[in-house]
Design a protein around this ligand. Structure first.
Ligand code: NAD
Ligand code: USQ
Length: 406
């Protein structure tokens, strides 16, 4: 396709909000490598949360200044970095957008861990203020700066909910018959499973409103769980290495299992492991963002929604793959989360595939699985075993049931 993977001649000016994070950093490098002009904005809140929680990325990540300097040495390309809080430093955000006049703004800058969002009242309130405030600021800033920048927002598969839908989940919108018999195509009902996921549902309403009221051009990407760590760009220099979260709050399930396998500790399957989720490798995250940037909706079009997943898989099957690979057993432990014990998940990802995406899948025979294992093995001395068990509980009942975990 003309605007498919590696297929576009048009080079864009792109601001990446949250460009220091797990998805944002490799995406920034990929877009820069593809010839786009990249500007990163990040307030380093993720690094500060690590300090508060007493944990750290398994991989030793460099400062943003060192990262962009290393990229310049390796690629000859410049990425600018600005430390701005998108939720709190509105005037700086407007000024940056006025100065840079971006074609696209990719919005990764949110508190993204469901367990962290469920920890206590402080983290619940922070997650809502930061995420919803940031998204609203972004819309206001584009209007105030008087630019026609296309917003590409990272949403989540979790907006659809798990176990609530029968049949295939379409990309964002469903056909319904309204009372009175009128047919309509509306946003899929929101069924969040955490305060974090709820912020993505609230974001979706904001996008819908600002598109209708101010004709903003917006794409919302409902992404599944991201796995992996390095990409062809981050391996070019040790200083470009991507972050790898393994702790109970920020580590995502497959990366946690691979880490636990390398450490030789039992894989922490929550409940029965019957939860089915969508997965995507971090290299494909970056490719999907470029596809979204290259295929913006026209002015006046409703919010474009893509499901950004490669495949779906049950947690116990993911554990079995890792157990086979590492020889470490999976262990079912009480679930710290309030979620359906077993669910089916059938999701359309046709839009990205029709644009040329050929996603990597979870396959123990595939080189990528062993690449992640090699990374976690290399850095396992940096792992703090105390951070492995879950440390956030969805409600009092879940906390009581998990009281004896060790
Ligand atoms: P991350 O926490 O590693 O990165 C987010 C970055 O945004 C961090 O560097 C953080 O410092 C920054 N940030 C947060 N609030 C900010 C603010 N107010 N101002 C400026 N910067 C701010 O998370 P990630 O895994 O890279 O996820 C990025 C996005 O993708 C999130 O919106 C997340 O919801 C979405 N997503 C992630 C996954 C996943 O598995 N990691 C899956 C689906 C969707
Ligand atoms: N799980 C385990 N054992 C673990 C960790 C998790 O069994 O050690 C289970 C959880 O109970 C859950 C599933 O694995 O059922 C996924 O958990 P996760 O932590 O990997 O993913 P989640 O909390 O859903 O959040 C992650 C990202 C979030 C993104 C979301 C996409 O952190 O930013 O939005 O994936 S999705 O899941 O599709 O909504």
């Amino acid at each position: 396709a003309e605007n498919g993977v590696n297929g576009s001649a048009e080079k864009k000016k792109v601001i990446i909000l949250g460009g220091d994070g797990f998805c944002g950093w490799p995406t920034s490098l990929y877009l820069s490598d593809q010839g786009h002009d990249v500007v990163i904005v990040d307030n380093l809140s993720r690094r500060k949360i690590d300090l508060d929680l007493g944990c750290d990325s398994l991989t030793p990540i460099s400062s943003p200044e060192t990262r962009v300097q290393a990229w310049k040495e390796v690629s000859g390309k410049e990425i600018k970095f600005h430390n701005i809080d998108v939720a709190k430093e509105y005037d700086l955000l407007v000024q940056l957008i006025k100065d840079e006049k971006p074609d696209s703004i990719v919005h990764f800058a949110e508190q993204r861990a469901a367990p962290y969002s469920q920890k206590n009242a402080k983290t619940k309130r922070y997650t809502v203020d930061n995420n919803v405030g940031g998204s609203n600021n972004l819309c206001c800033a584009i209007i105030d700066a008087d630019v026609d920048a296309h917003i590409v927002h990272l949403g989540t598969m979790g907006v659809y909910g798990y176990g609530t839908s029968g049949g295939e989940i379409p990309e964002g919108y469903i056909d319904v018959t309204l009372p009175g018999g009128r047919e309509a195509n509306i946003l899929h009902p929101a069924h969040p499973g955490s305060v974090y996921h709820a912020t993505k549902c609230m974001d979706a309403i904001l996008w819908q409103f600002y598109q209708k009221n101010d004709q903003l051009r917006i794409t919302d990407l409902h992404q599944g769980i991201v796995w992996g760590t390095n990409t062809p760009q981050t391996v070019l220099d040790e200083r470009l290495i991507n972050r790898f979260d393994y702790d109970g709050d920020y580590g995502t399930v497959l990366n946690r299992f691979l880490m636990q396998g390398a450490m030789g500790v039992p894989l922490t399957v929550y409940g029965t492991g019957g939860q089915t989720r969508g997965f995507i490798h971090v290299t494909d995250t970056a490719k999907c963002i470029e596809l979204a940037i290259n295929n913006p909706p026209a002015t006046g079009d409703r919010v474009e929604i893509f499901n950004q997943i490669a495949e779906t898989c049950r947690v116990r099957d993911v554990a079995e793959l890792v157990a086979k690979l590492t020889g470490v057993e999976a262990k079912c432990i009480p679930n710290p989360r309030q979620e359906a014990a077993e669910n089916e998940l059938d999701v359309s990802n046709r839009k990205f595939c029709s644009l040329g995406l050929d996603p990597v899948t979870l396959d123990a025979e595939d080189g990528l699985f062993s690449e992640v294992t090699a990374i976690v093995t290399k850095y396992k001395s940096r792992c703090d075993p105390k951070m492995i068990l879950p440390a956030s509980f969805w409600n009092k009942a879940r906390a009581e049931e998990c009281a004896d975990l060790d």
